[in-house]
Design a protein around this ligand. Structure first.
Ligand code: BTN
Length: 245
């Protein structure tokens, strides 16, 4: 594993993406920053983290032949790698909130931003951005329900050690992609999916609140929800969220 350590950068994802375009980098090159000035989250949001207290890094994955249509399995592999690395520290229920947030109980512990660089119908390489809340004790009030490893365990964590463990664990799940064993990945992912098979309130893109239960995720990564009339509906990321009330 090749690590590039930076003190401050706009975004480790942007930095690594640019670097990977200019030069050939070793697979699993990681760029880790003490501070990001313009950290990016999913759906164009920003990712803010207290300087030196969280693990903010991006990881390069090079592929030989990985089809764009299978990209959700990469998201599964990364979230499973991350959650498995964290499990030994937390004697409580960790879950993956679709598509790839890591939750401890109901609180967000880590987020993942994957950016794929394509070549024809394949993914040439991916930039896997991870923001993991580690040693923070306080969070801005406007970012919802969040938590950190320190808040959950009362102890301080060494960020370098954690980085090794997380990358090592992600590597193990990326092996499933290399073997094209997508069905095993899906099975492990669904077993840890937040609120699966549990009646829950959702809000669609039109603001409509409805009752349903997550039954699975389809081959395109869409969330499949069974409605009250027993019909199912499939949703893309921008089309659905858990209702806040
Ligand atoms: C999300 O939950 O919205 C995804 C957050 C991803 C944040 C990480 S921090 C390191 C990497 N660099 C970025 O700019 N974003 C990702």
């Amino acid at each position: 594993m090749n690590i590039i350590k930076l003190n401050a950068i706009d975004s480790t994802n942007s930095y690594l993406k640019e670097l990977a375009q200019k030069s050939t980098l070793e697979n699993f090159t990681a760029v880790v920053a003490n501070q990001q000035t313009l950290g990016r989250g999913q759906l164009g949001t920003t990712w803010e983290a207290e300087q030196g207290k969280s693990l903010t890094f991006s990881l390069l994955l090079n592929f030989n032949r990985f089809r764009i249509q299978d990209q959700f399995y990469l998201s599964m592999a990364v979230s499973l790698g991350l959650i498995s690395a964290l499990r030994p520290y937390l004697g409580m229920s960790l879950n993956i909130k679709w598509p790839n947030d890591i939750l401890a109980e109901k609180d967000k512990l880590a987020g993942i931003l994957i950016e794929n660089v394509l070549k024809g119908t394949n993914i040439h390489h991916s930039i896997i951005g991870i923001g993991l809340n580690v040693n923070q004790l306080e969070f801005p009030t406007d970012i919802g329900n969040v938590t950190s490893l320190k808040k959950l365990t009362g102890t301080n964590f060494n960020l370098d050690e954690l980085l090794f463990k997380v990358v090592d664990s992600i590597q193990k799940y990326v092996d499933y992609l290399e073997k094209e064993d997508f069905q095993s990945l899906k099975k492990i992912y669904l077993a840890q999916l937040y609120k699966i098979n549990t009646p829950s309130m959702f809000e669609d893109a039109n603001g409509l609140i409805f009752l349903g239960k997550i039954c699975t995720v389809d081959e395109n990564g869409r969330l499949v929800i069974e409605l009250e009339n027993e019909k199912t509906r499939k949703f893309n990321l921008k089309e659905i969220k858990f209702a806040s009330r």
